[in-house]
Ligand binder design. Structure first.
Ligand SMILES: Nc1ncnc2c1ncn2[C@@H]1O[C@H](COP(=O)(O)OP(=O)(O)OP(=O)(O)O)[C@@H](O)[C@H]1O
Ligand SMILES: [Mg+2]
Length: 151
């Protein structure tokens, strides 16, 4: 399944994150890897915050400095930021393999940095700015691909 939306505010992007969470839950999907793609400051963490809120988790912040933030709501959410990660050893240190095979959702920002180490059948969320002038400052095009759900 593929979903495309244009959002016009941080709130709308969070709402779309919530919508993805509800869609997965309604379809009894309780474990998946979600790769958040898009350049710096585009809204990957904002989308993740909305996603987590659906499961009763509030206050999701960027794991830029911590690499991994662990959250437990109705499901577990393992929120990674791979921005500073480049090799398998660094991932092993935080228990990456065990986490992605375990329960709950793994949400990974900057997973482009660890492309070789991603599992099969990942959900991708790609966010891009629509334009760079002031009028379009808060606009984002968001494409969600969910390979495990039929169109
Ligand atoms: N439509 C929008 N959707 C999401 N964020 C928006 C939107 N319009 C403006 N923003 C702003 O853009 C910023 C997005 O920040 P956020 O931390 O979510 O980005 P990020 O992609 O996670 O960045 P990083 O690569 O540093 O992790 C916030 O300041 C947010 O308020
Ligand atoms: Mg972020």
């Amino acid at each position: 399944m593929r979903i495309t939306e244009r959002t016009h505010s941080t709130d709308e992007t969070e709402a779309l994150g919530k919508l993805l969470a509800k869609l997965l839950e309604d379809n009894k999907i309780s474990s998946a890897f979600i790769a958040m793609r898009g350049e710096m400051g585009v809204g990957k963490t904002a989308f993740t915050r909305g996603f987590a809120e659906h499961f009763g988790i509030v206050g999701v912040k960027s794991p830029t400095y911590t690499v991994l933030n662990e959250h437990k709501g109705r499901v577990a959410i393992h929120h990674f930021d791979f921005y500073r990660i480049s090799d398998a050893d660094e991932l092993a240190t935080v228990g990456y393999d065990e986490i992605i095979e375990g329960d709950g959702f793994t949400v990974g920002e900057w997973s482009e940095n660890i492309e070789d180490m991603l599992p099969d059948d990942i959900i991708t969320v790609t966010i891009s700015r629509v334009g760079f002038d002031l009028a379009q400052e808060n606009e984002r095009d968001i494409e969600i691909n969910i390979p495990m759900l039929e169109a």
